[in-house]
Design a binder for this molecule. Structure first.
Ligand code: AMP
Length: 603
């Protein structure tokens, strides 16, 4: 078992071990700290503020070569900590006196661009005067122009909009030192290959390039060979095995619903003791506090805890004073408490090895154990890679419903009556109640019910029914994926609502004559209109125009943004049509896939 991140040749797909090992040993204590990696002191302070205790494996592997100025190709997915892996070295070397942008991060979607820009903001909290600017399609040019004029040290943008600014000469990349391609495979799938290559080719030759991608199709290999020199190639060894006596399940849940989901899990799962894993020190404290306020006996353990305090808390868990520990990976190392029947991965781990360490905290001493993993829409790929790396199947567990919770409450209620019938105290109350019934002439069941209400102490016994599905549907995933993390196939079919979104036909003024491809249409419209791949229906490219199915209720701003969009240099002039739907029975996504396969045979 190897917890060291490996710097080595990058395989076509994230690496698996040839042979799974039987039992996962404890995490390697020799992993470097952020300070060991030569990160700027102000950035270190920000990391401590956000509560990162240790570099994740991808960070431990990527930061040293990046700090040395080497080019880098990293196989990494969302959730591994790759953003900090490239952001920290950039921030540690930024020159505040240079006005023209020094660093450019290209990301496939506006959502990711914003997320990356926010991460830069958090990590640079103690660097006064540093400006990070997100630029993406769909936002007005005015805000972006103002930001560019003021001077941005770091620009995070979607390729289409970056190209637009370059063409308008409103973005000066002549002094660029660092270029990061984030989710490179995704950018190609969205039809941004030409834009990405243009940016790579027209920016200064001596810049440092870091390319991150979840997969390594030949086309990305070609780009890295062509534009990167002597690149360090990193991937994290995923040699892991999970114990057979631990049942593994996952719950698919929106980020905002995680706490609610956890409270339901705590009600319906019968557990003895539980350890809940989160990513940061702050999160351990916050979550433990929230659980305590809901009546659970929970405590936090993290790397800040003095050894004595840590031992006391673990002692309490062993003796049953505490039932729930909320922990970071670092704090839970080596924890061996037989009572732990459940491990909950509240935040998905960065890598499969951490997952194995985490779930190894249950199923001790020959007992069986339960491992639960919360997976948000963006993290679906990580689920697939954990399954592959651990060679195990993680079953889906539906989010416990209101009915599940309520029937558990009823069972617990009746069990508690049974358990107390022989309690010596009942003799005292029996006399009092008999007197009350005789005096007031009320049925015994009414009195018992009134007592149960008193015992509830003002809280409702049953959960109210869930709101109707439309009101609680989590935000639609813009890039739907199957459970292996691959983009979910979209089946072409008759004109009908896709998900809950009715589609309409739109006409755009570019066609075969303008040499447009389905990929570039999807990419441009998704980027400029802030749409997800799931918003596309059929695409029918005609000689001088194209019919595209898009959501019927596009907002006015989106339509305006799309009217201004250019593909192959031509304004697309999007308009809704009442004509028949596009003829070709192919979805935009399928077209895109086909296009992808045509360009990169063998994938
Ligand atoms: P990313 O893969 O960059 O999207 O990061 C996934 C999540 O991990 C984000 O919520 C980060 O804030 C968090 N994260 C990144 N690095 C660390 C670290 N070293 N320790 C704890 N959390 C981290």
């Amino acid at each position: 078992m190897n917890t060291d991140p490996a710097v080595r040749d990058t395989p076509e797909e994230p690496a698996d071990s040839p042979e799974p090992t039987a039992e996962a040993p404890e995490a390697d204590a020799s992993l470097p700290t952020f300070a060991d990696l030569g990160i700027d002191e102000r950035v270190l302070r920000a990391l401590s503020d956000v509560g990162y205790e240790m570099p994740s494996p991808i960070q431990a592997a990527a930061i040293p070569p990046l700090m040395e100025g080497r080019h880098l190709v990293g196989l990494a997915q969302t959730g591994t900590g790759k953003t900090a892996a490239f952001a920290l070295p950039v921030l540690s070397r930024i020159d505040l006196s240079q006005r023209a942008p020094q660093a450019l991060v290209l990301a496939p979607t506006r959502e990711l661009a914003l997320q990356v820009a926010e991460a830069f903001g958090r990590y640079s909290h103690h660097i006064p005067g540093l400006h990070v600017l997100p630029i993406y399609g769909g936002q007005s040019y005015g805000v972006q122009l103002a930001g560019l004029k003021r001077g941005a040290h770091i620009v995070v943008g979607t390729p289409g909009r970056v190209i637009d600014h370059l063409e308008k000469r409103t973005l000066d990349l002549s002094q660029l030192k660092y270029l990061v391609l984030d989710e490179a495979d995704e950018m190609l799938q969205m039809g941004f290959q030409e834009d990405v290559e243009t940016i790579l080719a027209t920016t200064p030759e001596e810049k440092q390039v870091a390319l991150f991608s979840a997969t390594m199709p030949p086309q990305i290999r070609r780009i890295s060979k062509r534009y990167l020199t002597d690149a360090a190639e990193i991937t994290v060894a995923n040699r892991t095995a999970t114990a057979a006596n631990v049942r593994q399940r996952y719950i698919f849940v929106g980020h905002q619903q995680k706490l609610d989901a956890l409270t339901r899990v705590l009600e319906v799962e019968s557990f003895e003791a539980m350890i809940i894993f989160v990513r940061t020190k702050q999160a351990t404290e916050e979550l433990a506090e929230r659980l305590r306020s809901r009546g659970h006996s929970a405590a936090a353990i993290n790397g800040d805890l003095a050894q004595q305090q840590r031992e006391r808390t673990i002692g309490q868990l062993k003796s049953g004073v505490l039932d729930i520990l909320v922990a970071t990976d670092v704090a839970a190392r080596g924890l061996d408490v037989e009572r732990i029947s459940h491990v909950v991965n509240f935040d998905i781990p960065h890598d499969s090895e951490s997952y194995v360490h985490r779930i190894g905290r249950t199923g001790r001493a020959g007992r069986s154990g339960e491992a639960l993993l919360f997976v948000t829409p963006r993290e679906k790929r990580l689920l697939g890679s954990i399954e592959r790396a651990t060679r195990s199947t993680i079953e889906e567990m539906p989010l416990p419903s209101v009915d599940d919770v309520n029937s558990t409450r009823v069972t617990k209620f009746t069990d508690s009556i049974k358990a107390n019938l022989d309690n010596p105290e009942t003799a005292i109350f029996r006399g009092l109640i008999e007197e009350y019934i005789a005096e007031h002439d009320v049925p015994a069941a009414d009195v018992a019910a009134a007592l149960a209400v008193i015992a509830q102490d003002g809280k409702s016994f049953l959960l109210p029914p869930d709101p109707p599905p439309s009101a609680r549907r989590p935000a639609r995933d813009p890039n739907p994926r199957d459970r292996n993390g691959r983009p979910a196939p979209r089946v072409a079919g008759p004109r009908r609502p896709r998900g809950d979104v009715p589609l309409a036909t739109y006409r755009i003024s570019v066609g075969r004559r303008h040499r447009v491809q389905p990929g570039s249409i999807v990419g441009a419209i998704a980027n400029e209109g802030g749409l997800g791949r799931g918003d596309f229906g059929h695409i029918d490219i005609q000689a001088d125009h194209t019919l595209v199915e898009l959501p019927a209720n596009l907002s006015r701003e989106t339509v305006e943004a799309l009217t201004q969009t250019r593909i192959s240099g031509k304004l697309i002039q999007l308009t809704k049509t009442d004509g028949p739907p596009p003829q070709r029975q192919r979805s935009g996504f399928d077209n895109n896939r086909k296009q992808f396969r045509k360009s990169y045979p063998g994938k």
